[in-house]
Design a protein around this ligand. Structure first.
Ligand code: SF4
Length: 478
C-alpha cells in the first residue's frame, strides 16, 4: 500500500514562481522523418521542480476531472520530494496503465484543464510528471507482477485493447484465471493499431502486455470468438465474459465520389503505416509525393495527417466543418501537427469528391460553413454559406469521420446481447449486458472515446464481475 503523501515541499497554497516547462520534444524537422515518439522524459531535477508547482489546494479539481480519480496532488507532492517510486505506486493504485494514459490523454481537457493554476498561469504538467514517475518505476522493475492466489474462477476477455487489458489486470489481481482472446496477431488493440507510434511507441504497449502475462494472464492471439471459437464453448469454460472489442467500423463519408480510387478509410491507413506489414493483410496506400486531404476533425484525423507526412506525402490538409474551438481533437496534438506541416481548413464541409479522367481522386469540392445555434450536444451547429463552394486539390482522401462498433453477426450466439440504434452495447451501471454474466466496456459500449474512459469502464466492469460471481467464490477468498 503506498504511503500517504507527505506535507508538500512548497508553502501551503503559495503560488509557485517556477514556470511550467514542457517535456523535451524532438524538432518537427527531425520527427517527421520517422514514426518514433516525439516526447521524452524530464530529468530528475526538472520533474521535481515541475511537481512542486502544485499548490496542494484543498479541493483538487484535477483529480475530479481525471476519469480515474487519480490521486494527483498526492503523487505530485511525493515527486516534488524525490520519492519517485512511492509516487508511481500511488499512481498505479488507481490506473492500470498510467504510462500509457499519460502519453495519450488530452490533458488540457481533463486533469490539466481543471488545474486551479489556470486562473493565474499555466497548469501543472500533470501528464508529463505521471509519465516520468511510471517510466522511472518500470525501468527499475519496481512494479509487482506476482500472480495472485487463484480464487478458482475464470473470466474470458474478448479484445486486448485498453478496456480488455485493464479488465484482465483488475480481475487477475482478484485471483481470477484470465484468458484474453484477440483477433489479430498482436495484442493491444487500438493501442497498437489505432494510435500512431509517434504518440505511443509499440514497445510501451508490448511492455504492459508482458507485465500482464507475468501476472499469469493468458493471451490467445489470432482467435475470433464466435468464428474460430464458439461462444458456447467460452460460456461453458468461463464464469464471466468481458466484451472489449472496441469500435472499428468506419463511418462512411456520405458524399458522392467516396468509392473513387484514392479514397481510403482512416483506420486501415493508420494500421498499415504503424504496424509491421508482415502481420497485415491490407493493400498498401502509397502517399509518397501526393496531396492528402483528411476529412474530419478528431484525433484520428490528426493521426492521419501526421502519419501521411511521415510516409512522404507532399502535403496534408484537414477539411473540417466546424471551427477550431469546436474541434474534438486534442489541442496538444493539433499544435504538434501544425509544427509538422499539416494544414487545417476550418468551417469547411466536403460535399463531393471529384475524379480525374482515369477515375482517381482529383479534388474535394467543399462549401464554407458558419456556426449557428448550439445543438442538443451543446456544440454550435454549422450551416452552409450560400455560394461559397470551392475545390481543394487532392490525390488521396482519408475519411476520418469516426467509428461504430462492428455488428454481431445475425443469428450468432451474440445476438442476445442488446445493442442500441448505432450498435453500442447496452450495459447497466455494473457494465453488465442484457446477458447475465456477460459484461462490456470501452468503445464497444460508448463509441470512439478516450483510452482513459475505456480503463474506467473496465475497472467498473471488473468490480461488477466480482460482485456478480461473489456467490460462487469460496468464502475464504471472497
Ligand atoms: Fe490526467 Fe489522464 Fe493521467 Fe488522469 S489518467 S491524471 S486525466 S493524464
Amino acid at each position: 500500500m503506498p504511503s500517504p503523501a507527505p506535507e508538500p515541499a512548497n508553502a501551503k497554497y503559495a503560488w509557485s514562481t517556477i514556470a511550467r516547462s514542457a517535456p523535451p520534444k524532438r524538432s518537427a524537422e527531425e520527427r517527421v522523418g520517422d514514426f518514433r515518439e516525439i516526447y521524452s522524459d524530464y530529468d530528475e531535477a526538472t520533474v521535481r521542480a515541475q511537481a512542486s508547482r502544485c499548490i496542494q489546494c484543498p479541493n483538487p479539481l484535477c483529480a475530479q476531472a481525471c476519469p480515474l480519480a487519480n490521486r494527483i496532488p498526492e503523487w505530485l507532492a511525493l515527486t516534488a520530494q524525490g520519492q519517485f517510486l512511492e509516487a508511481a505506486a500511488l499512481s498505479r493504485s488507481t490506473s492500470n496503465m498510467p504510462e500509457i494514459c499519460s502519453r495519450v490523454c488530452p490533458q488540457e481537457r481533463l486533469c490539466e484543464g481543471a488545474c486551479i493554476l489556470n486562473c493565474k498561469t499555466d497548469p501543472v504538467a500533470i501528464g508529463a510528471v505521471e509519465r516520468f514517475i511510471n517510466e522511472y518505476a518500470l525501468e527499475r522493475g519496481a512494479v509487482d507482477t506476482t500472480p495472485s492466489a487463484p480464487n478458482g474462477l475464470r473470466a474470458a476477455i474478448i479484445g486486448s485493447g485498453p478496456a480488455g487489458l485493464a479488465c484482465a489486470d483488475e480481475l487477475a489481481k482478484l485471483g481470477y484465471r484470465i484468458t484474453v482472446f484477440e483477433s489479430l496477431l498482436i495484442p493491444g488493440g487500438l493501442l497498437v493499431n489505432g494510435i500512431p507510434a509517434f504518440k505511443l511507441e509499440k514497445s510501451v504497449v508490448a511492455r504492459r502486455v508482458d507485465l500482464l502475462a507475468k501476472r499469469g494472464i493468458e493471451f490467445k492471439l489470432g482467435a475470433v470468438v464466435g468464428r474460430d471459437i464458439p461462444l458456447a464453448d467460452v460460456r461453458r469454460d468461463f464464469d464471466a465474459i468481458f466484451l472489449g472489442h472496441g469500435a472499428q467500423k468506419s463511418k462512411a463519408a456520405g458524399v458522392p465520389g467516396e468509392k473513387l480510387l484514392g479514397v481510403e478509410q482512416a483506420l486501415p491507413f493508420l494500421i498499415q503505416k504503424n504496424v509491421d506489414s508482415a502481420l497485415l493483410d491490407i493493400p498498401p496506400v502509397d502517399v509518397v509525393g501526393k496531396r492528402v486531404a483528411v476529412l474530419g476533425g478528431g484525433d484520428t484525423a490528426m493521426d492521419c495527417l501526421r502519419s501521411a507526412l511521415r510516409a512522404g506525402a507532399k502535403s496534408a490538409i484537414c477539411l473540417y466543418r466546424r471551427d477550431f474551438a469546436n474541434m474534438p481533437g486534442s489541442r496538444k496534438e493539433y499544435y504538434n501537427a501544425l509544427e509538422e506541416g499539416a494544414e487545417f481548413q476550418f468551417l469547411t464541409n466536403p460535399v463531393d469528391i471529384l475524379a480525374d479522367k482515369d477515375g482517381r481522386v482529383a479534388a474535394v469540392r467543399c462549401v464554407k460553413m458558419e456556426l449557428g445555434e448550439p445543438d442538443a450536444s451543446g456544440r454550435c451547429k454549422p450551416r452552409p454559406v450560400p455560394g461559397s463552394e470551392f475545390t481543394s486539390p487532392a490525390d488521396i482522401v482519408l475519411v476520418a469521420y469516426g467509428f461504430d462498433p462492428v455488428a454481431f453477426p445475425e443469428d450468432s450466439e451474440f445476438s442476445a446481447v442488446k445493442v442500441n440504434d448505432w450498435g453500442g452495447i447496452v450495459v447497466d451501471r455494473n457494465q453488465m449486458t442484457s446477458v447475465p454474466g456477460v459484461f462490456a466496456g470501452g468503445d464497444s459500449v460508448r463509441g470512439p472515446s478516450l483510452v482513459v474512459h475505456a480503463v474506467r469502464d473496465a475497472r467498473r466492469a471488473a468490480a461488477g464481475i466480482h460482485r456478480y460471481l461473489a456467490p460462487k467464490l469460496d468464502p475464504s477468498v471472497r
